[in-house]
Write a protein that binds this ligand. Structure first.
Ligand SMILES: *[C@@H]1O[C@H](CO)[C@@H](O)[C@H](O)[C@H]1NC(C)=O
Ligand SMILES: *[C@@H]1O[C@H](CO)[C@@H](O)[C@H](O)[C@H]1NC(C)=O
Ligand SMILES: *[C@@H]1O[C@H](CO)[C@@H](O)[C@H](O)[C@H]1NC(C)=O
Ligand SMILES: *[C@@H]1O[C@H](CO)[C@@H](O)[C@H](O)[C@H]1NC(C)=O
Ligand SMILES: *[C@@H]1O[C@H](CO)[C@@H](O)[C@H](O)[C@H]1NC(C)=O
Ligand SMILES: *[C@@H]1O[C@H](CO)[C@@H](O)[C@H](O)[C@H]1NC(C)=O
Ligand SMILES: *[C@@H]1O[C@H](CO)[C@@H](O)[C@H](O)[C@H]1NC(C)=O
Ligand SMILES: *[C@@H]1O[C@H](CO)[C@@H](O)[C@H](O)[C@H]1NC(C)=O
Ligand SMILES: *[C@@H]1O[C@H](CO)[C@@H](O)[C@H](O)[C@H]1NC(C)=O
Ligand SMILES: *[C@@H]1O[C@H](CO)[C@@H](O)[C@H](O)[C@H]1NC(C)=O
Ligand SMILES: [Cu+2]
Length: 574
């Protein structure tokens, strides 16, 4: 059978979600059509055209069960190149449909279409999908809800309702203009005008009262809030006034339940929260989200996005404001740290103890000398005259510009000159990474498209080390193709002699995005049993475009089920 026929056959299994009469373990295939086009949206009294899926902002929710397959036909009816990524779906052996532009595919051109075949495996809980090209994800994103297999149930009492709560950011200007401007000036990005909850800033903002997201609840019932941070540049605190939240999952895996007044959710992460509707001392309560940021060199917005939780069976709604939320202050590092430290896998897990690849990876915001004489179009408005902003991992600023071929194809077809297999395992220069205001020589970075190649099955440990170059800051580091155990976190410089003794190898959380603490480090471990080409990057988009990225290439193993699936003939061309 030819490749095309095989993919066609796999794509048309006609089973719908949840219709089986008898519990079966077989996986199902679900179909979605995504029409991406410009849609006018008004927020904060400003109307603008945004890219949106099926006219919805946020976009439609994808529903599946553990181990299912989801087929999404994407029609690009917009005016620019785009791709879609299925964030947190490991996609075993299937890098072809992972999405990041020029990493695993060429973009879907305006007027054309591409069908993604998304393979679920161990994930169960909340994930999400988003554009993975330029800044398109600002408005092109939505939830992915993965239910237990038929015949299985949640490891907690079934909630009365499940409610996706997507945190995001809104700019009054076109996000394409933001990106164009920083490419032109080499300067920093303008911060967003508001955080949003399900696309809405909430009634504390002008022209936003009517659209405010509302959650009707009945007393005595339990609700599952599937919280997603889709923001481009903000980690956020989230809380519901008058109610505690029971955290039961993150990034598509279950956690040991714990109760908290607020959560801290990094850009890219998800949190599954149970809310018990048992407080009828008032009948309306704010749900609220505010930025968490500790970098004093950045402009931060201290406003609060809100939604409203309202009891439908309590006494008539009163005229006054809903009960106000209690959120940690914007720079409350202690609150963020305590929250993150409380995340533990539900069960004792099988953390690999023998490590084959030890990596220490520094994370920096940098400068690059800007040379208009070399065709550099930037006007050099970086933090030093004659420079522009950049960012790096181990002092390599990843060059992601189009090359006519994506990295996956270059690897698959052994095309030379697209990337080099020499991403360093260590920072090239040791210095006091977290000491404030390092010497300006240290601000400069190297550039390259250097990737890390690992053998199939190797156990990889990556210790991410924040640096204070241009200000220490928490970075949400995201790895495609894998969930990983977050075995340790700490402040200051990682100490290879001492810190591994503090690792949690018993019940660490299993995540796809780790918040590397401000001026600190975080250690992750994963077993490289997913052959393919997998992007790794900071989930703050301004850092992604500045080059805070690299790629893991995991080689094929020996057996057929340890090898990448064949290249689909439908891949878009560059
Ligand atoms: C969308 O907004 C633009 C201005 O931003 C306006 O010119 C256009 O007519 C609007 N389109 C629709 C369908 O409302
Ligand atoms: C999708 O694209 C293919 C070519 O890649 C084309 O043949 C087909 O007609 C397109 N489908 C639709 C519905 O536009
Ligand atoms: C960014 O902010 C500056 C200063 O407020 C403003 O002049 C500029 O137009 C803004 N850029 C964009 C793309 O809106
Ligand atoms: C924060 O956002 C509000 C509402 O958009 C705006 O009025 C205010 O100027 C912003 N603050 C900063 C520091 O940008
Ligand atoms: C109920 O909400 C009120 C108002 O926010 C708060 O003062 C009170 O502590 C809450 N009660 C409980 C049991 O959480
Ligand atoms: C931020 O806003 C809160 C109220 O929403 C206020 O209590 C606090 O003082 C503000 N912090 C700063 C740094 O402006
Ligand atoms: C930056 O350097 C250019 C020449 O390289 C000079 O014309 C300009 O005045 C300098 N700007 C500042 C703010 O120093
Ligand atoms: C690194 O810098 C920090 C902050 O200035 C300081 O506390 C620490 O002692 C320094 N470490 C070393 C090894 O010099
Ligand atoms: C990073 O590379 C640049 C350019 O080669 C060099 O100037 C700088 O010293 C290096 N910095 C570190 C910390 O390795
Ligand atoms: C869109 O994608 C094509 C194919 O990779 C590329 O040639 C073109 O330059 C892209 N357009 C833009 C504006 O990046
Ligand atoms: Cu970052």
């Amino acid at each position: 059978m030819g490749g095309a026929a095989l993919w066609l056959l796999l794509g048309v299994v006609p089973l719908a979600f949840g219709v089986a009469a008898t519990p079966v373990q077989a996986s199902r295939t679900h179909h979605y059509d995504f029409f991406i086009r410009e849609t006018n949206v008004t927020r904060l009294c400003h109307e603008k055209a945004v890219l949106a899926v099926n006219g919805q902002f946020p976009g439609p929710t994808i529903n599946a069960r553990k181990g299912d397959v989801v087929v999404v036909n994407v029609y690009n009816q917009g005016h620019k190149n785009i791709t879609i990524h299925w964030h947190g779906v490991d996609q075993p052996r299937n890098p072809w449909f992972d999405g990041p532009e020029y990493i695993t595919q060429c973009p879907i051109a305006p007027g054309s279409n591409f069908t993604y075949r998304i393979i679920f495996s161990g994930e169960e809980g909340t994930l999400w999908w988003h554009a993975h090209s330029d800044f398109d994800r600002a408005t092109v994103h939505g939830a992915i809800v993965v239910h237990p297999k038929l015949g299985s149930s949640f490891p907690y009492p079934k909630p009365h309702k499940e409610i996706p709560v997507i945190l995001g950011e809104w700019w009054n200007v076109d996000v394409e203009k933001l990106l164009e401007e920083t490419k032109r000036t080499g300067g920093d990005f303008n911060i967003s005008d508001a955080n949003t909850i399900n696309g809405q800033p909430g009634d504390l903002f002008p022209c936003s009262k009517d659209g405010t997201f509302r959650v009707p609840v009945e007393r005595g019932k339990t609700y599952l809030l599937r919280v997603i941070n889709a923001g481009l540049s903000n980690d956020m605190f989230f809380a519901v006034a008058g109610h505690t939240l029971t955290v039961v999952g993150t990034d598509g895996y279950y956690l040991k339940p714990f109760t908290t007044g607020h959560v801290m959710i990094s850009s890219g992460q998800t949190m599954d929260l149970l809310l018990h509707a048992i407080n009828v001392s008032a009948n309306r309560y704010y749900m609220a989200a505010r930025t968490f940021q500790t970098n004093t060199e950045l402009t931060v917005n201290n406003t609060t996005a809100t939604a409203i939780l309202e009891y439908t069976d309590a006494p008539p709604l009163t005229a006054g404001s809903p009960e106000p939320p209690v959120l940690p202050a914007v720079d409350d590092l202690a609150a963020a740290t305590a929250y993150t430290a409380a995340l533990r896998s539900l069960a004792t897990v099988d953390v690999p103890t023998h490590v084959d690849e030890h990596m220490v990876v520094t994370i920096s915001v940098n400068v690059l000398p800007c040379k208009p004489s070399n065709g550099d179009t930037s006007s050099c408005e970086g933090p030093i005259n004659g420079t522009r902003f950049a960012a790096s991992l181990n002092n390599v600023s990843f060059v992601a510009s189009p090359t006519g071929v994506d990295i996956l194809d270059a690897y698959y077809h052994s095309i030379h000159g697209v990337y080099t297999s020499d991403f360093p395992n260590r920072p090239p220069v040791a210095f006091n990474f977290t000491e404030p205001e390092p010497a300006t020589e240290l601000w400069y970075t190297d550039r390259g498209r250097r990737v890390k190649v690992v053998e199939y099955g190797a156990v990889v440990e990556v210790v991410f080390q924040d640096t204070a170059i241009l200000g220490a800051e928490p970075h949400p580091m995201h790895l495609h193709g894998f969930s990983f155990y977050v075995v340790g976190r700490g402040f200051g410089n990682f100490d290879e002699g001492k810190d591994p003794a503090t690792y949690n190898l018993v019940d660490p959380p299993y995540q796809n995005t780790v918040s590397v603490p401000t001026g600190g480090w975080a250690a992750i471990r994963f077993r490289a049993t997913n052959p393919g080409v997998w992007f790794m990057h900071c989930h703050f988009d301004r850092h992604t475009v500045w080059g805070m990225d690299t790629v893991f290439i995991v080689k094929n193993g020996k057996t057929p089920d340890a090898q990448m699936l064949p290249r689909p003939p439908t891949m878009p061309k560059c």
